[in-house]
Design a protein. Sequence first.
Length: 493
Amino acid sequence: MDQKIPPEFNPDRGLKIQVSDDKLTATLVAKPMWLMGGGMSNILIYEAIDKATIHRDRILMKNVDEAANSIIKILKDNNQVKEDFTMIVAQGTPAKQGENGWIKFYFPRAQRVVLKDDGSADFRNINKYVHVKEGEKLATLFEGIAGEQGIDVYGNPIYPNPIDRPRLTLGKNILPKTIEDAEKPGRQLKEYYAALSGAVFSTDNSLTVSSELNIESNIGLGTGNINFDGTIRVKGTIEEGAVVLCHGSLYLDGNIESSDVTVGEDLEVKGGVKAKAKGVIRVKGDLRAKFIENAHLEIDGDCLVENFILGSKINCLGNIILTGDSSSIIGSEILSYQGITVSSLGSSAQMDTVVEVGFHYKNDRLFTEGSSRLGELEKELEALVPEIQKIKEVVQRSRGKLDETRKEKFKEIFDAYQKKSKTLELLRLKIEELKGSRYNSDNVKVVVRNTAHPGAVIKYRRQIEKITKAQSSFVMNFFPNQDKALLTAFKGK
């Protein structure tokens, strides 16, 4: 039988270099059949690598030597020469990808418009302005980590993907701090804190805190409702329907047209208050305005008005003073704990105008609520008496020998009775205190600098002074325990 003649020694066909798609690996593919009968050595492999233009620095020389030795062994074994032999002979270095940077904010941002049940958009409740406290953490910044360049088997650079490198531009009143990332030791983060309490303003790459909230427009649909702990300054008007909760002072260049306004300190309105008698405007400090019309207000400080109060209801714990020479109170119900001063009280049209002095409406409200609660507690306590009596009888009959379950039950009933009794006694003392504190114990005055018109009524405790004919320029002095107010002529300017 004829023997098969082996192919002619051909290193070009017997040694091939295959490069991976990512160019990071060069693999020797040897076909031993084409290497028989010649002088196999690592030199031949190096030549094949050189022809494939593999960079010398990428060659794995130990692998090349090992591959050459393996092929020489294979050539000695007729059973193995028919099989291809492979080995990685060059290796690149992949690029090390970096980490994108990020910014995390800790206060509400870009709040979306709320849809009501009827499907309409509630643009007012977007809380566009956010208040933060001194020392409050506002944001954390990770600047990112750049990747590292790699190299392929040809010696060409492999570039990492670019990373996001956010930057935060700092405005006023921001305190930066660098810390180590607790989750990834060795990585640094930057934290930013409010240097003072105020309004926080931010974009995607800026941060600032202002001690005051300055609004250069009306408060309405454009701004959303406002809830702010500090001082607010508004260039425009508070539009009807807007909700404003200001824990500091509120300064307004325009008017107040909404009834849903609460101010924690002073309220200064360069225009006037002209609500539609819906809801109550509450002011914890003083109120200053040019006029008040169709509004319901509760004021803890003084109420200072330049021109008029018309068709309004005002409860005030300070003085109500109308400063203008032609100022007037018309068609209103006014209650002042300290006193009232006005140029004209009522009008020639004899519109009902009632003013009352020396009365603390808040203490009266607490007195009424407390009295109602006192009645409820007395009934609750009275309902427990029969049960308490039964328990005493059971204890007497058993001579104190009760099982633990009954003892615990009786103790709960007795404790509840004692607690209600104590609460009842404290409430009685508080109500008795409020009973007297509803009235001002000092002298209070109603001053009319010009005219009090028929239809006007002046009240003090049980005294009711009805103006039946025009009366000019007087001071009405009220003292506790007097039968009738002391009336004197007004001698001011």
